[in-house]
Design a protein around this ligand. Structure first.
Ligand SMILES: *[C@@H]1O[C@H](CO)[C@@H](O)[C@H](O)[C@H]1NC(C)=O
Ligand SMILES: *[C@@H]1O[C@H](CO)[C@@H](O)[C@H](O)[C@H]1NC(C)=O
Ligand SMILES: *[C@@H]1O[C@H](CO)[C@@H](O)[C@H](O)[C@H]1NC(C)=O
Ligand SMILES: *[C@@H]1O[C@H](CO)[C@@H](O)[C@H](O)[C@H]1NC(C)=O
Ligand SMILES: *[C@@H]1O[C@H](CO)[C@@H](O)[C@H](O)[C@H]1NC(C)=O
Ligand SMILES: *[C@@H]1O[C@H](CO)[C@@H](O)[C@H](O)[C@H]1NC(C)=O
Length: 632
């Protein structure tokens, strides 16, 4: 009985440890987000049953039905497009992404509406770096219907922006953020976190079929790359071969190339011993080129049977490549990479055999893009505050980063590189005649690198923030033709560099800061005309004597004493009047009954007064003084 229990326990625990062992052997799944732009609901697509989240994280735009341009595009129904009236730059801001290395892939699409069949062409940036400038004709070319770039996420968030270039409304079908190995496409020493790698070409040779890693049963950590198939590099003067045999050394970290990639190849022939591949590129860029080989030709089994050089734009970048020598045996993957600078518009790769024929299984060309420095974060959030409180019109956009990509800064914002913070900063705001309303927040002083502000011709209300006096480098401040009210803050007088100050055409009142008064004599140009009631500057009325605090206190005290004296006089006058009235009454009655007793009148009066107990000394004095006059 006991033995049975123990063996049962042992059995259970061994099963348990086997399960834990299996679980821990499975690598962590890479993080992945798929967004179906414009979708109101989550969507699943065949055949991989991929889950696409419904649209989120966008800054604007509209959604509509999509017309998908090619067979490689995910079969999604909707897209999001960004009319120019919604601003020249619109973005998707995706947060809560674990820091790491990611492939970001964005598919484009056309609006499914016969009226809007124009193919839009626009620029795309990721985290402030322009990664792609679309080429006309993309909708007719399979591998140009998306932009893909490898980027490091370091702040748990990522934003992708679409910049109008005046050629139609950017229209986005999907956004994918797919984690890849931290070392993926490590092309050597200079690969650092500040480099972005954009996929320029990914070619699977010897097959006519286009495929994703997933179709090739590739590892998820490869980022689900798209491979454009090509059966020939030179319209028939070469030949394609393929094999079903398994390939060793494929699907390894960090790049996890699918085995299938090495099961087909293109081989040159006697007709044309060189294999040549040519593609258009943007001039003046660096490209990381990856070559894939596996000796899958059963005729080649040992070293020295196939040896070739690899040339890029005429330069030999690999000499005497002998696949069998380098891998040790056939059916084994070999990956070579090299970085080249391309000055022209064409990238030409030649595989030139010195023994046998040339072979190639796959080629990848990645553009190396240095990331842009970003704008100082405090300044970005301050501009966002301004955007809200000034009711910035939609058409100005103001999404993404204000200064980068440098090709597409925000309109109305001037940028300057600040070597101290190694960031971009804002040195000018030019938002004149933009229909702004609302008020100017005191936060504007956080844009402390500002040299020039022009908010002329808007409808901004409220007071001029006192804090503006702390923007020490400010040279030009044009707030003319707005609804600013209250007084000009004294702090503006501290702005030593201020050369142009236009406050004309507002509702300002009160004294112009004394510090500003003398400046126009020294070449500065100030305009205070057309306000509600400014004073104390040449050309404007004076506000009256200029008073110190002591003087003001003195005046206040003096006024108080004068007021008290006035009160006292008033009371006396009233009392005296009362007395006169009473005396007149008494006199009248005496006159009637004792007409002869007139000479006693004065004494009677005096006796009446002294018998009244509430009287103050002053009053009685005044009264006694009065009496003789009255008597005389
Ligand atoms: C999109 O297509 C669906 C049918 O697939 C249709 O019901 C809907 O009206 C379309 N929407 C627009 C904006 O055209
Ligand atoms: C790419 O080539 C460089 C040398 O040019 C080498 O250091 C690096 O390891 C290679 N990367 C891979 C993943 O093979
Ligand atoms: C290309 O690489 C070279 C050497 O690393 C570098 O000096 C140059 O600035 C790079 N060019 C571009 C456009 O990134
Ligand atoms: C500010 O903008 C207005 C309107 O565009 C312009 O007339 C004015 O000259 C500008 N102010 C300065 C100081 O440049
Ligand atoms: C200035 O205008 C704002 C809004 O128009 C108003 O609330 C405020 O009281 C005004 N301030 C002065 C000093 O007139
Ligand atoms: C100041 O502004 C007024 C309009 O408000 C204009 O007529 C005048 O010429 C300006 N003065 C100077 C010196 O620019």
């Amino acid at each position: 009985m006991l033995a049975a229990a123990i063996s049962w326990l042992l059995f259970v625990s061994s099963i348990f440890s086997l399960v834990t062992c299996l679980v821990s052997a499975v690598p962590n799944e890479p993080f992945a987000i798929h967004i179906s732009c414009g979708a109101r609901e989550d969507v699943r697509t065949k055949p991989t049953n991929t889950l696409w989240y419904r649209d989120f994280g966008y800054t604007g735009g509209r959604y509509t039905n999509a017309s998908v341009t090619s067979s490689i595009v995910p079969p999604l129904q909707t897209l999001r497009y960004f009319p120019l009236s919604d601003g020249p730059e619109n973005c998707y801001n995706i947060n809560r992404i674990p820091n790491g290395h990611y492939a970001v892939r964005i598919f484009f699409a056309l609006v499914a509406d016969s009226d809007l069949q124009n193919e839009p062409v626009f620029d795309i940036s990721v985290d402030g770096t322009q990664t792609y400038s679309m080429k006309p004709g993309w909708s007719n070319s399979e591998d140009q219907s998306f932009m893909e770039a490898l980027i490091f996420v370091t702040k748990r968030s990522l934003f992708a922006c679409f910049h109008s270039t005046g050629h139609g409304d950017p229209s986005i079908l999907s956004i994918e953020i797919l984690q890849v190995d931290p070392n993926a496409y490590n092309y050597g020493q200079s690969r650092s976190h500040v480099m972005i790698l954009r996929t320029a070409k990914r070619l699977s040779c010897g097959t006519g079929k286009a495929a994703f890693d997933e179709d090739y049963n590739g590892d998820h950590w490869g980022g689900d790359r798209f491979w454009l198939g090509t059966p020939s590099l030179s319209q028939g003067s070469d030949q394609s071969i393929s094999t079903e045999r398994s390939i060793a050394e494929a699907s390894l970290p960090p790049n996890f190339y699918p085995k299938k990639l090495y099961q087909s190849a293109i081989i040159s022939t006697d007709q044309q011993p060189d294999l040549t591949f040519e593609m258009d590129v943007d001039p003046g860029k660096n490209y990381s080129i990856w070559f894939h080989f596996a000796e899958i030709d059963p005729r080649v089994t040992s070293e020295e049977e196939r040896v070739f050089d690899i040339l890029v734009n005429g330069d030999v970048i690999f000499e005497n490549v002998d696949i069998i020598r380098m891998t040790g045996e056939g059916y084994t993957a070999l990956v070579l990479n090299r970085t080249v600078a391309v000055s022209g518009r064409t990238l030409t790769i030649i595989l030139h055999p010195t023994k046998g024929y040339a072979i190639i299984n796959a080629i990848e060309v990645l553009e190396i893009i240095p990331s842009e420095l970003r704008t100082l974060p405090e300044e970005v959030s301050t501009l966002q505050t301004l955007k809200t409180s000034l009711g910035l019109p939609l058409r100005l956009g103001w999404n993404g980063d204000p200064c980068v990509p440098q090709q597409h800064p925000w309109s109305g914002v001037d940028c300057q590189y600040d070597s101290k913070s190694v960031r971009w900063v804002i040195d000018g705001l030019g938002l004149d005649n933009q229909g702004l309303k609302g008020f100017l927040p005191s936060d504007i002083s956080k844009l402390k690198h500002l040299v020039s502000i022009n908010l002329s011709g808007n409808n901004i209300q409220g007071s001029i923030p006192f804090s503006m006096g702390t923007i020490t480098g400010l040279q030009t401040l044009d707030l003319s033709y707005n609804q600013f009210n209250g007084s000009i803050p004294e702090s503006l007088g501290q702005l030593k560099s201020l050369r142009i100050l236009n406050l004309n055409g507002n509702l300002l009142s009160g004294r112009v800061p004394a510090n500003l008064g003398g400046r126009p004599l020294h070449g500065a140009s100030f305009n205070f005309t057309g306000n509600a009631g400014l004073c104390d500057i040449p050309g404007l009325p004076t506000c009256g004597p200029h008073l110190s605090i002591g003087a003001k206190v003195g005046i206040a005290l003096g006024s108080l004493i004068a007021f008290l004296l006035f009160l006292v006089c008033l009371v006396c006058w009233w009392k005296r009047r009362q007395n006169i009235l009473r005396i007149q009454k008494i006199a009248a009655s005496r006159e009637a009954s004792y007409a002869k007793a007139r000479t006693n009148f004065g004494r009677d009066v005096q006796m009446t007064k002294h018998s009244s107990p509430q009287r103050s000394q002053d009053q009685s004095r005044i009264a006694t003084e009065d009496s003789p006059a009255l008597l005389s």
